[in-house]
Design a protein around this ligand. Structure first.
Ligand code: SF4
Length: 351
């Protein structure tokens, strides 16, 4: 599959609802999970898209474009429930083809209307009852065991809404990691959180058993950060750089990553330069197109459009070329979004 086709799919989406899909929640959502030309792909669902998947092919305006597709089947573990009656599906979800993902705390101190990230809908899935606010370590460990045994899940992502404490939610993450590590020792785990005020927490997460970490800044441009992330931008970029550096020391080169969202207004060349610098420092820059989705302020209030395909493709190509040059591949992360790759086009060019 060409990079330009992958970028178009990421921006225009597909018609229909594949068996594994997300609606609302942390990070990119409102998508269907497919395997396209052998690579995991989380593609937005869009009733107006020219693309539709038809069994094992992708059609564009009714014509076969020569791309092989498999939809990911509904996992068996979704049918389970904890002893206290909570559906496993409300505790963790299948992402891509073999990633178990959970948001351990589904609320965020920044979710007030004047503070929240304008692209985020973390509390929407809670509002519609498709998840629970706080998942206990025991619940997550039970679901992880079932997902590995019943569906062959190969890695796990644990993210969290930001808490009021100085650890910004990392301590509960560490408890959850420890529980999963005890129940499913073979399952690699990535954690995702804001930079904790006390960087020692990063060592705690590693010692609890996390294999990789995502510390997601989304934009390296302070003006963009203030506009799109009024609450989160109060954490200075310097704190991100300090956390990334310590995380690389603790977790290792290319076991640390950050999302960079294309389409928030950041200058493309500055994003490319910043992404290359991060990669050189051992932090994988996960280039993801901004995805307009219902339930976010970006769509409901700002009516913000998806980015232009040419811009996404340019940034993806140039960052991907640099990643290849320095021998840094998302697939080499032990776990996490970079290892999954479904929300980015970088994996189509080997980055
Ligand atoms: S890249 Fe991350 S958010 Fe996207 S499908 Fe994979 S695990 Fe989920």
């Amino acid at each position: 599959m060409s990079t330009s086709t992958r970028v178009e799919l990421a921006l225009l989406g597909i018609r229909g609802t594949p068996p594994v899909h997300r609606t609302g929640g942390a990070g990119p959502s409102d998508d269907g999970h497919l395997v396209i030309d052998g690579l995991a792909a989380a593609i937005p669902r869009n009733a107006d898209s020219p693309f539709v998947f038809d069994g094992d092919r992708v059609l564009r305006d009714g014509e076969d474009i020569g791309i092989g597709v498999e939809s990911v089947g509904r996992p068996h573990f979704y049918d389970g429930a904890t002893a206290d009656g909570v559906s496993y599906e409300k505790i963790a979800r299948l992402h891509g083809r073999d990633v178990l993902a959970t948001t351990v705390v589904q609320t965020c101190i920044r979710y007030r209307r004047d503070q929240r990230c304008r692209f985020c809908s973390i509390e929407e899935s809670l509002r519609v009852g498709s998840t629970v606010a706080v998942k206990s370590p025991e619940q997550i460990a039970e679901v992880a065991r079932a997902a590995v045994d019943l569906d062959g899940v190969r890695q796990m992502v644990m993210t969290t809404g930001t808490s009021a404490g100085a650890d910004r939610g990392a301590r509960h993450l560490a408890r959850c990691v420890r529980a999963v590590r005890a129940a499913v020792p073979e399952l690699p785990i990535q954690v995702q959180c804001e930079p904790p005020a006390d960087l020692k927490v990063l060592t705690d997460l590693r010692e609890a058993g996390a294999d990789a970490i995502g510390i997601h800044v989304e934009s390296l441009d302070d003006e963009v950060r203030r506009r799109w992330m009024p609450g989160k931008s109060t954490v200075p970029l310097a704190e991100y750089h300090a956390a990334w550096a310590e995380a690389v020391r603790v977790f290792g080169r290319n076991q640390v990553s950050t999302y960079l969202l294309v389409g928030l207004g950041e200058d493309p060349d500055e994003m490319i330069t910043g992404a290359k610098q991060l990669a050189d420092a051992g932090v994988y820059p996960f280039i993801v197109p901004f995805r307009p989705q219902q339930g976010t302020l970006a769509v409901d209030v700002d009516h913000a459009p998806a980015p232009e395909a040419a811009v996404v493709e340019k940034i993806t190509r140039e960052v991907g070329a640099h990643l290849r040059l320095i021998d840094m591949a998302g697939a080499d992360q032990r776990a996490g979004c970079a290892a999954c790759g479904a929300c980015s086009a970088l994996s189509t060019i080997g980055g």
